[in-house]
Design a protein around this ligand. Structure first.
Ligand code: CTP
Length: 407
């Protein structure tokens, strides 16, 4: 199943490390070449000799360790490995290693290769630690950051822990990790997005009132960033045109930062011709102040008026001017009114698909991590998705777009 695949297996220092030779065996048996990257703590839990014997390669731990493997010399081996690998699996991932990866620190071969891995290559992480540690805000923050970067997180399993307690925190069994990796490696080849060029707009826009004030909305950009990350993971070339948000750029994605709707159109338009798919996930302000004031407007009267003018519609500009074969997908966020508004948007803006979501401000809408989408296709097909994480919702949206790209 994994014939010809090169897998980096990162092992950090938790008791579950003793199970990793079994994971190496499964990977090798299915035809993969495996390079183990173990932290110094990991090799206190599992012997280097076992790992090098089952993998057929020396275990790499220290950045400066000599290379007996004929890869390259030790100084550049991390770069060679980043190119060589088709995937990186980190199992078990301890709290310490998660923190290092989230912060971009790189003081051992595992954390270093995490940075040199080529954009878009799958990273599968199996955290394992005591349940209280797993639930701590710091670990949860690091997990969320890595997830936002496109890493696939496996849920730890429940059972008896090394502490003698029972609870969440066990590393999934090697067979489960192996299956998750096989699935991840299978999807990019099957994806219709592989080799396609995609533009995603995300986040809010800011429309200047004067030099210190603006009109905007609460969009966090999370949905658009999740779509961009997933499209890149499936092998697309992705340009993400985003309003001001505080999210890390997903791996392998080209990011263009803008402020206003006019800037968003100006940044995206040069790429319209060459793109196969445009996904408008940005919450673009429909209006902007007609003439932003220079400096700071002083308060004078009890009331003031700001004259607003319509902004260009970026999605509609793309959709109405596109060439045959190019796809246009939009979002419709409604507080009420249901599917009919979304359907009208599909027709008015000449879209192929609209992702409709009701804003409830708690589980769906801006700044939250979940979303419940209903997908309306031009052919009348309606797919109602359950409440999902924005990453999962992005996956389902792209699953629905892929058959349209194949036509
Ligand atoms: N959109 C855009 N440019 C705009 C406005 C919206 O690209 N100037 C895109 C959004 O990214 C989204 C879709 O169009 O994909 C939303 O359509 P829109 O008509 O703006 O939705 P609402 O603002 O919710 O519509 P209305 O105000 O009419 O309810």
């Amino acid at each position: 199943m994994l014939t010809g695949k090169n897998i980096l297996l990162g092992i950090s220092g938790g008791i579950a490390a003793y199970k990793t030779p079994q994971l190496v065996r499964l990977l090798k048996k299915s035809g993969a070449d495996v390079q183990v990257l173990a932290t110094e703590s990991a090799v206190r839990f599992v012997s280097e000799l076992s790992l090098s014997t089952v993998s057929g390669r020396p275990v790499l731990t220290d950045i400066f360790s000599a290379d007996g493997n004929g890869h390259d010399n030790a100084r550049t081996m991390h770069i060679t490995l980043g190119e060589w690998a088709d995937a990186l699996v980190i199992a078990p991932a301890t709290a310490n290693t998660l923190a290092k990866l989230a912060a971009g620190m790189c003081d051992d071969m595992l954390s270093l290769c995490f940075l040199t891995l080529r954009p878009g290559k799958p990273v599968l992480v199996a955290p394992a630690m005591d349940g209280h540690m797993y639930d701590s805000p710091s670990v949860q923050r690091n997990l969320a950051m890595l997830k936002a970067q496109g890493c696939r997180m496996m849920e730890p399993e429940s059972g008896s822990l090394a502490s003698g307690q029972c609870g969440l925190g066990r590393m999934p069994e090697p067979e489960t990790i192996f299956e998750a990796l096989t699935e991840m490696l299978a999807s990019p080849e099957a994806s219709a997005l592989c080799g396609k060029t995609v533009i995603v707009t995300a986040g809010p826009t800011r429309e200047k009132i004067d030099d210190v004030r603006f009109l905007s909305n609460y969009s966090s950009g999370k949905m658009g960033f999740a779509i961009a990350a997933e499209a890149a993971r499936r092998g697309a070339t992705v340009r993400l045109v985003t309003g001001p948000v505080s999210l890390p750029t997903p791996p392998g994605v080209e990011r263009l930062d803008v402020e206003s709707a006019v800037e968003m159109l100006d940044a995206a338009q040069p790429f319209f011709d060459a793109c196969d798919l445009f996904i408008g996930a940005a919450a673009v302000a429909d209006y902007r102040p007609e003439t932003p004031a220079e400096g700071k407007i002083k308060k004078n009267d009890a009331e003031m008026e700001i004259r607003l003018v319509r902004n260009p519609d970026i999605l509609a500009t793309f959709a109405t001017g596109r060439k045959p074969g190019q796809l246009a997908v939009g979002f419709a966020l409604e507080t009420a009114g249901g599917l009919d508004y979304a359907r009208k948007k599909l027709v008015d803006k000449q879209l192929d698909l609209v992702a409709f979501n009701i804003y409830d401000g708690r589980t769906t809408g801006f700044e939250v991590d979940t979303n419940a989408l209903t997908l309306l296709a031009r052919d009348g097909n309606v797919t109602e998705l359950p409440l999902l994480s924005k990453e999962e919702a992005a996956g389902k949206l792209l699953d629905a777009i892929e058959p349209l790209l194949r036509r």
